[in-house]
Design a protein around this ligand. Sequence first.
Ligand code: ADP
Ligand code: DP6
Ligand code: CO
Length: 359
Amino acid sequence: MAASDNKVYRASTTAPVNIAVVKYWGKRDPKLNLPTNSSLSVTLSQSDLRTLTTASCSAAFPSSEGDSLVINGEPSDVSGARTQACFRALRSRRAALEAADPNLPKLSQLSLRLVSENNFPTAAGLASSAAGFAALVRAVADLYGLPDEPRELSRIARQGSGSACRSLFGGYVAWRAGSAADGSDSLAEQVAPAAHWPEMRALVLVVSAARKGVSSSSGMQQTVGTSGLFAERVAAVVPRHMDAMEAAIRDRDFAAFAEVTMRDSNSFHATCADTYPPIFYMNDVSRAAIRAVEAINANAGRTVAAYTFDAGPNAVVYYLEQDTEAVIGTFYHVLGDMDGWKAPVIQGLKPSMTLDAGV
Ligand code: ADP
Ligand code: DP6
Ligand code: CO
């Protein structure tokens, strides 16, 4: 059936950010967006940090307009190979459904209009590409009525942005690097649901909302090409961290979880500093946050907090609900000014507060 009825087909979905505790950094195949190493993240499912995307199509939309994407009110280029790969994969799945059932409207032949809102800073190291591409893929999959499992969608989202494959699952999520040349085994899977460790909390410290100087895509390829440390990270450090992290999650061992999280963040930023010319994502406030976490742990006499930084200056601090006082209290002490703090959120895995240090 031709979709000639001028009906507007529409689907909306939200996707949360995820913050890696073992970082993805490096592509072994930039075209298929295949990583050099496996990674593991926590999805901030109940946080305030999410993308809302609406996908629509209609025979009434002029076919000359082509596919379009608006992010936070600004037109965004969809001609890039990565966005195109997502659209192509989704359309071919819809086309297969249409071929099997002639009564289905031929939505695969219509241009797509996507409108997306991030309610947190875009391209600032808070995983906007993860929530963004996860929402994009799921919105179009819903629009097309695709029966695919999150696992299949993660394979598609991975082509848009690697970290996006992990945002299709809640809880603790591993992206297995895989070894197939066509990327068929490079996808995300849930290691444990959020309910496995319900006390886990994430504090998001917004140091700067500014767009980063070097995108993740570009930064990681500069690292792959020029860092001597990088080979060691891929061959030895990450495999060790993946094993230790999966055991820590399984055993709900926060001290082990925290040590691996902090070591892996440090290792990743060390390879950035070892890139030539060097890339610096952290700034003085980021480093103050590291010192604050060290002070919190020293004062407590045990490990109660773990910092991690993506490709940006903003800190994410993981801690357990029962240690809220020690963690939040010290941040207040060290970084002062409470004006920028948002109201605490109590249940589930939420950023309990966001501090805008105004830097
Ligand atoms: P971040 O640290 O925020 O993930 P990246 O450099 O990895 O930063 O990616 C930023 C890019 O992700 C943006 O330039 C844009 O292309 C893409 N992106 C961000 N938000 C969305 C969205 N809502 N929908 C689609 N793509 C998005
Ligand atoms: C530091 O997934 O944003 O956040 O695949 O090129 O879009 P592309 O990169 P992206 O890289 C994320 C890097 C990281 C670590 C992580 O999320 O694992
Ligand atoms: Co990103």
